[in-house]
Design a protein around this ligand. Structure first.
Ligand SMILES: NC(=O)c1ccc[n+]([C@@H]2O[C@H](COP(=O)([O-])OP(=O)(O)OC[C@H]3O[C@@H](n4cnc5c(N)ncnc54)[C@H](OP(=O)(O)O)[C@@H]3O)[C@@H](O)[C@H]2O)c1
Length: 294
């Protein structure tokens, strides 16, 4: 009888104490999802002299990456390099280059200092829209610049960088796409075509690298307030400001946050695409100018 009482009491005590322990271990398991550390990785960001590219450089440096900054404006890159090195004690290398120079792009990895040659994270960000032409009245010079910058350069750079990634069986290609990759809008034919093409390249790359550890991601933002609209309207600040009137647009930092999110998921997780719009936006041109009424 004493033995039975002992067993019953003992069992009750064990069950009683194991409930909180089990609960605790469950909480621990569910809350201990750790991001992947990209500290010490080499990230190459194109279009790093302004806007989204510059913001990406800041966040990737904060995460401990050594960075290659690429753009045409040397002065801006040098200022950014100095700030990043001071703030985060990472290595930064500047490449002053027009991405439309295909030969220079293809030669890029081997012309980098040795410490930067193995690129782990490629952010294809350099890009632009020029003008608002209708289909029957396209400025072919603008069209060629958009096609060469937004598409041809991405093809050339991704090809040469991914060769090394494939040899090392690791790497992450992050393409800064656009809502314009998924919908075309009036007077945006060529820009939308370039971003649709970028979407096709992104998906095809994922097919090409499916049996490797290389990840391929597209980030597709809506209205982000950068120099993008000033460039599109060729310096007309008023017209550029009107694009964002009455809404709270996305910022470059919002998009850099998406980039870092994708890059810091564990290696078995491939973020294929992040679509991100401003809150008062439902499509490329679907903007509710709510703040104008306030
Ligand atoms: N802002 C938006 O609303 C928005 C929305 C969706 C997608 N995007 C995409 O986001 C990307 C970045 O745009 P952003 O908004 O950050 O615009 P941004 O502020 O105008 O920055 C564009 C960057 O691209 C670089 N760039 C342009 N042409 C280049 C060339 N030929 N060679 C080298 N670098 C070049 C510029 O540097 P240099 O002039 O110094 O060369 C600059 O650093 C683009 O691909 C754009 O299509 C933007």
């Amino acid at each position: 009888m004493a033995l039975i009482t002992y067993i019953v009491i003992n069992t009750i005590i064990r069950v009683f104490y194991s409930i909180p322990i089990r609960r605790e271990s469950l909480i621990h398991r569910m809350s201990s999802y750790r991001p992947y550390s990209i500290k010490g990785k080499v990230a190459l960001v194109t279009g790093a002299s302004a806007g989204i590219g510059e913001a990406c450089a800041w966040r990737l440096a904060e995460a401990g990456c050594n960075i290659v900054l690429l753009a045409r404006r040397a002065d801006r890159l040098e200022v950014l390099k100095k700030s990043l090195v001071e703030a985060y004690d990472v290595q930064v290398h500047c490449v002053v280059m027009d991405v439309r120079d295909t030969n220079a792009l293809q030669a890029l990895p081997q012309t980098l200092p040795v410490a930067f040659q193995n690129i782990d994270i490629l952010v294809n960000n350099a890009g632009l829209a020029l003008g608002m032409d209708t289909t029957d009245d396209v400025n072919m010079e603008d069209a060629t610049i958009m096609l060469d910058t937004n598409v041809k350069a991405v093809v050339a750079l991704t090809s040469v960088v991914s060769k090394g990634m494939k040899e090392r069986n690791s790497g992450h290609i992050i393409n800064i796409s656009s809502v314009a990759a998924h919908e075309s809008y009036k007077q945006g034919g060529v820009y939308c075509a370039t971003k649709h093409a970028l979407d096709a390249l992104t998906v095809a790359a994922r097919h090409d690298f499916v049996d490797t550890d290389i990840r391929v991601t597209a980030i597709s933002p809506g209205a982000v307030k950068t120099e993008f609209s000033v460039v599109r309207f060729k310096g007309d600040e008023k017209r550029a400001d009107d694009v964002y009137a009455g809404i709270k647009p996305l910022t470059a930092a919002d998009i850099a946050d998406n980039v870092v999110y994708a890059a810091t998921r564990p290696p078995h997780v491939q973020i294929t695409e992040i679509n991100v719009l401003a809150t008062y936006q439902c499509s490329a041109r679907g903007l509710a100018r709510v703040l104008l009424e306030k």
